[in-house]
Design a protein around this ligand. Structure first.
Ligand code: PLP
Length: 468
């Protein structure tokens, strides 16, 4: 069953005037007013403050960033990061292809490349998309610096300040950051165990349109969602497409995990059934290696032209070296067999996490059961705040990302994202054991002293008022 944290946040966020959630605040919403106030009054901590563009006001450091510096210490089990586990990559193969690339084609690989991306790689990308059901032409593919750059380009060409983007509740933190930097107004739409809820999407479209705002697109991660760990069912895929076609809402389908299903099943992409309404974003970060920073956007012809122009305005041309290395890897190596190896490694880790959660979580906690990808979404027992609990968890040598990071509107405080992709199964079990201890301590504190005690942060907050 899907955690309670997904739907209430979404429902409540829809009851807010979308314009009020315009300044997307994915990591530090409670402090936003302070930050804005400081900017408005010209805080002298940063003497450039009066010169920054308005769009930078949304660019604030995560409140939990300093904790993550501690969380990266080896004694802490980090269930926070979403780093792909590339320990199974054949480094000798990658090393020799890179060597050969410089040796044989160094003058091309180390030169500026084409704005749209290497033509051979674009053909290969069309092959990579076949398993998700997409038949595409290389002319419609734009190679990007990771799919993160594709997200940036799409947002840049479609969004004016205040425009509405519909996004699942919760949604990918990197996308929310990009949307925020373009001053988009993110309106969340409820999900459940079967992914985005079509009825809620209909309602959201109607509510936003009634408010007079422009919906520029729906941003969705239908397969093995980050952070929710759920997958949109085939029936709902058809329904979501139908709703978007009928309402003329463009769909941005972000699909970095589509080939990482544990039962070997590859969900059919939305783009496979609609080449006009859907822009598809893909990445080699999870199926090969994130260090090459190669992703892509597949877009209708006219949009593709704008994407290339926008890309030329930012990086001029994406790195030819990375593109040719990825191209050689795809041509000279059984990349699908490698993806299968990755899947096995992630499945083993998913199993370790789900078994430990089953064994150790207290009554009242709920979590999703991913069939692919990297993440479990855990909702805590009533009354426990994941962000307030994080310092205690880090003290207990386990880290996670609080749910509020994945909402543009400050919701998600009862939830957290747990990543199982990187640690070994043993470390995952140990991490969940430590987490369960912290949650139980938190519940005991609440039961004994009430809500106030449970939100005290060890070493950070002062003594209780009645003790001073
Ligand atoms: C849903 C989603 N979209 C996009 C990205 C960015 O991927 P890339 O490494 O290709 O920039 C990630 C990375 O974690 C992701 O989870």
């Amino acid at each position: 069953m899907l955690g309670a944290g997904l739907s209430p946040g979404a429902r409540e966020s829809l009851s807010v005037d979308p314009r009020e959630v315009c300044d997307v605040s994915h990591q530090s919403s409670p402090n936003r007013k302070t930050t804005d106030a400081a900017a408005a009054t010209g805080s002298r901590l940063d003497s450039y403050v009066d010169r920054y563009a308005t769009r930078t006001h949304g660019m604030t450091a995560s409140e939990v960033r300093s904790l993550f510096a501690v969380a990266s210490r080896p004694e802490v089990v980090s269930l926070a990061g979403g780093m792909p586990n590339i320990s199974g990559l054949p480094l000798d193969v990658v090393g020799s292809l890179v060597h050969e690339l410089v040796d044989k084609r160094g003058m091309t690989a180390l030169q500026y490349g084409s704005g749209q991306g290497d033509p051979t790689l674009r053909e290969q990308i069309c092959e990579v998309m076949r398993p998700v059901g997409i038949a595409a032409h290389p002319d419609d593919v734009t190679v990007t610096v990771g799919s993160q750059q594709a997200l940036d380009l799409v947002t840049r060409i479609f969004i004016d300040p205040g425009d509405v983007i519909l996004a699942e509740a919760p949604s990918y933190v990197g996308a929310l950051g990009t949307f925020r930097s373009y001053q988009a107004n993110v309106v969340h739409v409820e999900m459940d165990d079967d992914g985005l809820v079509p009825a809620r999407l209909r309602e959201a479209i109607a509510t936003v349109r009634a408010s007079g705002s422009a919906i520029k697109f729906l941003y969705t991660i239908p397969s093995y969602h980050n952070p929710a760990g759920v997958t949109l069912t085939p029936q709902r895929r058809a329904e979501i497409l139908e709703i978007c076609r009928h309402a003329d809402v463009l769909v941005i389908e972000d699909d970095p995990y589509g080939l990482l299903g544990f039962d070997g099943e590859v969900p059919r992409a939305l783009r496979a059934d609609d080449a006009e309404q859907v822009i598809y974003l893909g990445s080699f970060s999870k199926t090969f290696a994130p260090g090459f920073r190669v992703g892509w956007a597949l877009a209708p012809h006219a949009v593709r032209e704008k994407l290339v122009l926008a890309a030329e305005n930012s990086v001029l041309c994406p790195p030819a070296f990375s593109q040719l290395a990825v191209s050689d890897y795809l041509a000279g190596h059984d990349w699908l067999a490698q993806v299968k190896d990755f899947r096995e490694a992630y499945r083993e880790r998913r199993d370790a996490m789900l078994e430990s959660l089953d064994d150790l979580m207290p009554a009242g906690a709920q979590w999703t059961k991913p069939t692919g990808g990297f993440y479990v979404w855990l909702t805590l027992p009533e009354g426990i705040d994941a962000k307030a609990m994080l310092p205690r968890a880090v003290t207990n040598r386990v880290a996670y990302v609080p749910g509020t990071a994945f909402f543009a509107d400050g919701f998600g405080s009862r939830s957290m994202r747990l990543s199982y992709c990187y640690p070994t199964p043993e470390r995952i079990r140990e991490g969940v054991r430590r987490l369960a201890q912290v949650i139980e301590q938190e519940m005991e504190l609440r039961a004994t002293f009430g809500a106030w005690a449970a939100t005290r942060r060890p070493g950070l907050d002062g003594p209780a008022p009645d003790q001073s």
